[in-house]
Design a protein around this ligand. Structure first.
Ligand code: ADP
Length: 163
């Protein structure tokens, strides 16, 4: 049984993330999406909100589950008996950061390997930051996030504008 972990901030989950989730879920028996509870990154959405949104968009994917975690990703992976870590690559800029993390993780825990999926071209520009930037100016984010979580994302920005 191959268990994979797809860790990230998912602040919020985008169509680019969902694409990686769907493709990697076909490669493993079980895929656990690990939502990093890292306050130093000052996420816009609480970890509970991020987990909830991913659960909504993955509800039809039978071998996918979602959990929050904190601490080292490799420790979380080991606790869940995962041997594969999934990450997405959009551009050369991702590569430098990702290779450093993957090599560090491998040095700490050689039994866990990172696999990289290259982004589907239509999502190569897409990031959670872009979604937040566009939404904060009232722009249309329909093309960026899964339809089922659009109301949750928009209501967060409405709440912020009211403050
Ligand atoms: P992190 O803070 O760990 O980088 P993110 O939520 O930004 O968390 O990203 C999680 C993973 O998803 C990373 O490997 C990132 O490269 C990948 N990713 C993000 N957006 C896309 C996209 N549009 N296409 C492919 N991979 C993506």
């Amino acid at each position: 049984m191959i268990i994979g972990i797809y860790p990230g901030s998912f602040d919020p989950v985008t169509l680019g993330h969902l694409d990686i989730i769907k493709r990697s879920a076909k490669m493993v028996d079980k895929l656990i999406i690990g939502v990093l509870n890292n306050s130093s990154k000052h996420p816009l959405f609480s970890v509970e909100e991020r987990v909830e949104m991913i659960k909504t968009v993955t509800k039809d994917l039978e071998n996918v589950s979602v959990e929050a975690f904190d601490g080292l990703t490799v420790d979380f992976a080991k606790k869940r008996n995962a041997t594969v870590m999934v990450r997405g690559l959009r551009a050369v800029t991702d590569f430098e950061y990702e290779i450093q993390i993957a090599q560090t993780n491998h040095a700490i825990m050689p039994e866990i390997d990172t696999i990289f999926l290259t982004t589907s071209v239509q999502y190569s520009y897409l990031s959670s930051s872009i979604v937040k930037e566009v939404a904060s100016y009232g722009g249309d984010i329909e093309k960026f996030v899964p339809e089922s979580i659009l109301p949750a994302v928009l209501s967060k920005f409405k709440a912020i504008r009211r403050v």
